[in-house]
Design a binder for this molecule. Structure first.
Ligand code: SF4
Length: 289
């Protein structure tokens, strides 16, 4: 089936792929891929969606694996199906950053020896229903036993996985305090944080209880407008600017897909390409030690 390009990454040097079939089991509410408005509809006809590896490698393009779905879902399919791309990074919303890839093969005496390295990964730290509730910490990514209450005496020995390109942090009208904590946590570890502003299909409402009475309030700072292909409730330019201004002194905080003039495409952004190549160098450096 012919490859369909993601209009957001078009012309940026990044091409997207989805190796799996069907819907993502994570079922994050508001995910563009889940709601029948993806550029890949009908999904039953258009997945997997894989660009031609010969062309991608010849042009030196970087493959963003899973602009829909999750790279930790059916990993046994995802890893072999993407081995053909020289430059690639994996998107996931599950804190398992183990993405080994073959970087060299040597043949001797009828035997093939493979050299594997971890591949760059982008982790969404507050996906789906977690968006306004909690975020994955470094301890979550380091596995069982480190979760919930790392021994303070051991904290200094934690090291972020070398293949973590950046974390993606979803920003909603309701999670200002969580965003501040997540930025502090991850940038203290020198991990870049890319803010992704939530886009809603329906007007987002805040359900609160005031003086014992349930209240339903309109969210401040989000408005109905067009983004890439569809119309959503998306962040207003002034809200976006004030949030970015609040973090202006933190050199590791960036924004995805938004700017003063509304939606921004990857070609005008460059976050992913910059962090991909920085991570690739870091991985190569670490493997020489
Ligand atoms: S961070 Fe920038 S380059 Fe990466 S997906 Fe968002 S808009 Fe595209």
């Amino acid at each position: 089936m012919p490859y369909i390009e993601n209009p957001k990454t078009k012309g940026s040097g990044i091409v997207c792929c989805i190796p799996q079939k069907g819907h993502c089991p994570n079922k994050c509410p508001e995910c563009f891929f889940q709601n029948g408005r993806s550029y890949l509809e009908p999904l039953a006809d258009n997945l997997p969606n894989m660009p031609d590896p010969a062309q991608v490698n010849a042009l030196g393009q970087v493959v963003r694996v899973n602009d829909g779905n999750d790279s930790n879902v059916q990993k046994e399919v995802v890893l072999p199906q993407t081995e053909c791309y020289r430059d690639k990074f994996y998107n996931t919303a599950i804190p398992d950053l183990d993405f080994p890839g073959v970087v060299a093969r040597a043949y001797a005496g009828g035997q093939c020896t493979e050299t594997k390295r971890q591949m760059p990964v982008v982790l969404t730290i507050n996906p789906g229903r977690l968006c306004d509730e909690r975020f994955f910490t470094l301890e979550d990514c380091l596995g069982e036993g480190m979760v919930n209450g790392t021994d303070p005496a051991l904290v200094k020995y934690l090291v972020p996985p070398v293949n973590l390109m950046f974390v993606r942090l979803l920003v909603s009208p309701f999670n200002t305090e969580l965003v501040a904590r997540a930025i502090r946590h991850w940038t203290d570890w020198e991990i870049p944080v890319v803010l992704t502003f939530m886009a809603y299909h329906k007007e987002p409402r805040l359900q609160t209880v005031r003086c014992g009475t349930p209240c339903d309030e309109a969210a401040q700072g989000w408005t109905e407008r067009r983004r890439t292909l569809n119309t959503y409730w998306a962040v207003e330019a002034e809200t976006w600017a004030s949030i970015m201004y609040a973090y202006r002194k933190n050199k590791l905080v960036y924004s995805c897909g938004e700017g003063m003039n509304g939606s921004v495409k990857c070609r005008q952004c460059g976050n992913c390409l910059r962090e991909y190549f920085a991570t690739k160098l870091r991985i190569a450096d670490a493997s020489c030690r």
